[in-house]
Ligand binder design. Structure first.
Ligand code: WT7
Length: 636
């Protein structure tokens, strides 16, 4: 595995330099030495950043599932590929070997073929976290169909718009799903969604909850009526490097969701390489990422990255707090998990519970712990480090996006010294640059600006499905010649990066640029505070003033709220400066969050402004009911 494993800090700097000096040679070797191909490429990379046209490994022929499954059969056929852990702790876990997974994928590919799916067709998958989710995705990849997984928490109308956007021929769903103590009628949601999706010919239904569902004659079929009879022989489709692998929708700041298109070869190479290094993956590890496969984190780091490396990956159906708030810790102990990868929002919610929930489990198997999805605040970082990692496991704070396909900026465990709240250094091949509003590059250290990437990397999304113009405008026009991430970042004196949040979250108060994340961090330092979000609202003199929405650990009606407000502002004053003090502080019981855990600041901004006219699309909110509560409690 030459050029694949980074051993120590000097090696990182050496590899990084090589990757920047000659990216073609760098990726050529990695692709060549670590993956199986039917045919080599004629060109490593070809790109035009103005037109947003990017191609990697052009001319190569491959199938990603040969790399995920077939090639492991000889050496690790009996090794567990997937450990499936049910929502119900009393239901037995499944241990699916590479051989069995390969067989299941081949059978599934035959079922899909029989039902009319062909190479290039789009298949939407709306399933809970059960093995069939992985199996159907891999079956699509094996036959050259393009999967588009829709997180099985989205509403019917969100499903309809995605299915119509990619004109899917088939939807794969289940009768129902379990989440904690709730059972959800997935098929019912799909029935409603497909009323307005003319492209859908078949709905394939997996049994999970054994609940009664309506089946529409000629359209809906049970997997159980096809799968047992299906042959386990399937001839893998030979794909071109740039053939589409999947579409995954991500919400834009406005308008309809963007169908990010990822293609085959570059995505495979990039997720494989980054998985190996960022998680310090070793042959006998048990790796667990708690994300849902319906998000890019699940695609890249539950499925494709781990499987191309021949790893054992855990798929967990449940939620962190069921049956009790120690489920994560119980699962780590049960399966002797070595790498644990989760989101700051989960960390914060579990840190709110008594630490005895963590202490009662043996977490000594852990070697590396990771964070993804949003900036991890100082308090959450330390709680994670102290209670979960026991100060022995490096925290990999991984910055990346649906669009980037894989991790871009992250510490490498046992290589990069970590620093709380810093994603630290770019991975080899990644060239971050900070740009100011006038489109000039900001050089030097201890500066902050708009985070852009200078040179393409293999995992970058190639387009927005059906709308290349939007792709170009969203990512390649603000800073010509560069990919614009939409995030702000700060570079410290050692060259480490700290992601400060979405650039649209920057609030200018009296001419000062203030990032929301550091202010929230300092509010969260207050012992009574569980979580907070701040937004700007128009102010006659300052231009903008700050409005804080604060969740307290205990509702404590008895507490003197005005006194608390003063203390919070003193903290901000002390940690950031009086300029960052909040004009208004409203105590709330929750924040409007998307299902991926992001605060929908657009709604908070409107409430702060006192504009209740139109909150826009709230279909992706996990807790829409909170909006009214916050609105009613707004401070004038
Ligand atoms: C946005 C991308 C990448 C998979 C999950 C989210 C934010 C992501 C970090 C991090 C600070 C982070 C950024 C980014 N983000 N990871 N480690 N530190 N911010 O994918 O839904 O496409 O969101 O999430 O703002 O742009 P996504």
């Amino acid at each position: 595995m030459k050029n694949y494993v980074i051993h120590d800090l000097p090696d990182y700097f050496k590899q990084y330099k090589k990757s920047i000096k000659n990216p073609k040679k760098f990726w050529d070797k990695i692709a060549d030495e670590n993956f199986v191909w039917y045919q080599r490429w004629n060109k490593v990379v070809k790109f035009d950043m103005e037109e947003a046209k990017i191609e990697w490994f052009k001319g190569a022929k491959l199938n990603i599932t040969k790399n995920c499954l077939d090639r492991h059969l000889a050496e690790r056929g009996d090794k567990t590929a997937i450990i499936w852990e049910s929502n119900d702790p009393n239901e037995e876990a499944q241990y699916i070997s590479y051989r069995e997974l390969h067989e299941r994928v081949c059978k599934m590919a035959n079922v899909l073929t029989e039902l009319g799916v062909k190479k290039g067709d789009r298949v939407c998958i709306y399933l809970p976290m059960i093995p069939e989710l992985a199996v159907t995705m891999l079956a699509c990849a094996k036959m050259g169909a393009v999967h588009s997984v829709i997180f099985a928490g989205f509403s019917a109308s969100a499903v309809t718009s995605r299915v119509n956007d990619c004109e899917a021929k088939m939807i794969i769903t289940s009768d129902g799903s379990y989440r904690g103590n709730k059972a959800i009628d997935l098929k019912g949601i799909i029935d409603e969604a497909v009323e307005k999706t003319p492209s859908v010919e078949k709905v394939l239904v997996v049994k999970r909850t054994n609940t009664e569902v309506k089946m529409k004659e000629g359209r809906d079929v049970w997997l159980d009526d096809y799968y047992p009879k299906a042959s386990a022989d399937f001839v893998t489709k030979i794909m071109d490097a740039e053939d589409p692998l999947f579409i995954l929708y991500t919400s834009g700041s406005t308008g309809k969701p963007k169908g990010m298109l990822h293609t085959t070869a570059g995505y495979m190479v990039y997720t494989g390489y980054t998985f190996k290094n960022v998680f310090n993956y070793k042959e006998n590890d048990i790796y667990w990422c708690t994300a849902d496969i319906g998000w890019i984190t699940g695609h890249s780091y539950i499925l494709y990255g781990p499987l191309t490396n021949g790893a054992t990956t855990v798929i967990f159906e449940g939620v962190p707090t069921y049956p009790e708030p120690d489920r994560f810790w119980a699962v780590i102990e049960k399966h002797k998990v070595t790498q644990f990868y989760t989101a700051p929002t989960a960390i914060r919610s579990l840190a709110k519970e008594s630490s005895s929930w963590v202490e009662k489990h043996d977490l000594s198997s852990l070697r590396v712990i990771g964070s993804v999805g949003e900036p991890i605040n100082d308090e959450a970082w330390h709680w994670y480090n102290d209670h979960v990692g026991k100060k022995k496991c490096p925290i990999v704070d991984t910055w990346w996006q649906t669009e980037t396909g894989g991790i871009m900026i992250s510490p490498l465990p046992f290589v990069t010294p970590t620093k709380p709240t810093y994603a630290t250094l770019p991975l080899p091949g990644i060239q971050p640059v900070l740009m100011d509003e006038k489109r000039n590059e900001i050089t030097g250290n201890q500066v902050d600006g708009n985070l852009c990437i200078r040179f393409p990397w293999p995992g970058i999304a190639r387009t927005i499905w059906g709308d290349h113009q939007r792709y170009k405008e969203t990512y390649f026009t603000a800073f010509p010649g560069k990919y614009f991430t939409g995030d702000g970042a700060l570079r410290d004196e050692t060259g480490y990066y700290r992601i400060t949040g979405r650039v649209d979250d920057v609030i200018i108060v009296s001419g000062h640029n203030l990032g929301t994340a550091p202010i929230e961090d300092s509010i969260n330092l207050h012992p009574a505070v569980a979580e907070s979000a701040i937004v700007g609202f128009p102010h006659d003199i300052k231009g903008n003033a700050l409005y804080g929405f604060v969740i307290l650990k205990e509702t404590g009606e008895s507490r003197d709220k005005d006194h608390l407000r003063k203390e919070i502002n003193m903290l901000i004053s002390d940690t950031i400066g009086p300029i960052a003090k909040l004009d208004k502080i409203q105590f709330v019981s929750g924040l409007p969050k998307t299902r991926s855990g992001k605060i929908m600041r657009r709604i908070l901004r409107k409430i702060a402004e006192g504009d209740f006219s139109n909150f826009g699309d709230t279909s992706t909110l996990l807790n829409p009911e909170i909006v009214d509560e916050i609105k009613d409690g707004r401070i004038n």
